[in-house]
Design a protein around this ligand. Structure first.
Ligand code: FE2
Length: 177
C-alpha cells in the first residue's frame, strides 16, 4: 500500500492519488471500490500518455464509467440500509457526477483525444479525493461495524456492472466517418 500522497493534497505538480487507510469509510466493499476507482483513473492517465494509447484509452474510459455507476449504486444501497439521514443529498451529488462522466464519454466518442482523457482523469481524481474525504466520511459513523451495511454492500454483484451499457465507449472503428 502506498501512503506517499497525503489525501487532499492535489496542488502543484499533480501527484497521483492512491488509496490509503486515511480514505477508509469503514465498509470494506466500498473501500475496495474506491481503491479500484483510483487505479482505473491512473490507468486512464497511463493510457492517454502511452504511445498509441488510443488503443486502450477508450476501453479504460468505458470500464471507469461503468465502475462509477456500479460503485454509486452500492454506496446508495448502504446509505439506505443504515438509515443515513443525508442519503438523498448524497445521491444527488452522485447523479451530478454521473451526468458529467456521461458528457465526457459523449465528447470522447465524438472526438477521442488524449487531452480529453487526461482532463477526465484529473477531474475525477480531484472529485473522488474530495468526495470521499468530505462526503463519504459523513456516513462512516452510521455504516461502520453495521451488519446492515455489509449485507447491503454485498447485495450488488457483477451482473449490475455487466448490464450497464448506456455509457459504452465506441472504439475508433465504430465511429462514424
Ligand atoms: Fe459517495
Amino acid at each position: 500500500m502506498s501512503d506517499k500522497n497525503s489525501p487532499g493534497d492535489l496542488k502543484g505538480a499533480r501527484r497521483r492519488v492512491s488509496w490509503s487507510a486515511a480514505f477508509s469509510v469503514g465498509v470494506p466493499e466500498i473501500d475496495a471500490d474506491h481503491r479500484i476507482l483510483f487505479e482505473l483513473i491512473g490507468q486512464m492517465r497511463d493510457a492517454a500518455t502511452a504511445f498509441e494509447g488510443d488503443m486502450v484509452t477508450g476501453s479504460v474510459l468505458a470500464a471507469l464509467a461503468d465502475y462509477v455507476d456500479y460503485h454509486f449504486e452500492r454506496e446508495e444501497r448502504v446509505m439506505e440500509a443504515v438509515g443515513y439521514p443525508e442519503e438523498k443529498q448524497h445521491a444527488e451529488r452522485h447523479a451530478r457526477l454521473r451526468k458529467k462522466v456521461e458528457e465526457f464519454v459523449r465528447r470522447y466518442n465524438q472526438e477521442p483525444s488524449d487531452g480529453l482523457a487526461n482532463e477526465l482523469a484529473e477531474f475525477l481524481e480531484d472529485w473522488l479525493n474530495h468526495h470521499i474525504l468530505d462526503e463519504d466520511m459523513r456516513y462512516r459513523p452510521y455504516a461502520e461495524n453495521n451488519r446492515a451495511a455489509s449485507v447491503a454492500a454485498s447485495s450488488i454483484g457483477i451482473e449490475f456492472f455487466m448490464d450497464s451499457e448506456d455509457d459504452a465507449v465506441t472504439g475508433p472503428e465504430e465511429r462514424p466517418a
